[in-house]
Ligand binder design. Sequence first.
Ligand SMILES: Cc1cc2nc3c(=O)[nH]c(=O)nc-3n(C[C@H](O)[C@H](O)[C@H](O)COP(=O)(O)OP(=O)(O)OC[C@H]3O[C@@H](n4cnc5c(N)ncnc54)[C@H](O)[C@@H]3O)c2cc1C
Length: 301
Amino acid sequence: MRIDEILTRDAGPGDPGPLFSFEFFPPKTPDGERNLQDALARLAPLAPAFVSVTYGAGGSTRARTIEIVKSIKRDHGLETMAHLTCSGATVAELHAILDEMAAAGIDNVLALRGDPPAGAARWSRAEGGLEYSHELVALIKDRYDFAVGAACFPETHIEAASPEADLQYLAHKVGAGADFLITQLFFDNAVYVDFVARAREAGIDVPIIPGILPITHVGQLERMTKLCGASIPPALERELRAREGEPEAVVDFGVAYATLQCAELLAAGAPGIHFYTLNRSPATRAILSALRLTATANTLA
Ligand SMILES: Cc1cc2nc3c(=O)[nH]c(=O)nc-3n(C[C@H](O)[C@H](O)[C@H](O)COP(=O)(O)OP(=O)(O)OC[C@H]3O[C@@H](n4cnc5c(N)ncnc54)[C@H](O)[C@@H]3O)c2cc1C
């Protein structure tokens, strides 16, 4: 089913409530493959609205992304979304990938410019390829019937000239046909609330789904936030520092923090939560299970 249709289903007796989704990445090793399969087996029973599979930096996982998306649909019966980037591909190659996705029965594509390949400081356009994600959105909408999502950055994209310019280009992306947006990870809900308000003022009227990373490892968090430019609020950083050398305490705290963060976002009107699972199940499983219980309790109250 198309994600834009899931997002716009009428509220009513059959209203499924907020949309929860999980993001996975194509593993590179047999151990990584086992982690992914284990995470899928444990998270599938939570019946997410969809799961998405990333596209390797520099366009490195083309075949794997499609293969994994197909297998998730086939083996777990879950709705899926394939990420696709402009990286390392000509327009003709992008058409070929999209043809393959359509033939595989994929309904949803997240259209991105792409991260620079490992070791490269900057992203650069492939000869005969596209420069920006709004061009990819337009290319997809011109020829295909996919529901198209795109990325957005509550704390402004790391290469953007200014927050205003970034928002203006985001409006182009939506104007080109993006049906919904998923945010980069963030840890301060005020950042999301302010961003949504600015986006609405800029005329961006599509659903904006917050992307949430449950913190499970401080070093990994620092690497990821450095790469994407997300900030760690000082109070959060203090709590993490207080647990230095206690990996289990970090995981417990990360689950507690993300659960509260998600509950507050949903109460503030977010249409759902997209979890960056990093191919691990325990944290996302605990958070979503607790959120669902709370939602049930609220309904029964
Ligand atoms: C939910 C989510 C999923 C992701 N999945 C992947 C993935 O699977 N694979 C991967 O490689 N990366 C992924 N990324 C990372 C993403 O590819 C990078 O953050 C990338 O640097 C930006 O992608 P974009 O699609 O927002 O780019 P764009 O929208 O093209 O924007 C890139 C930069 O160009 C600027 N810009 C846009 N249009 C113009 C214009 N017309 N003129 C001048 N400047 C312009 C923007 O302000 C921004 O600074 C994901 C990010 C998110 C939030």
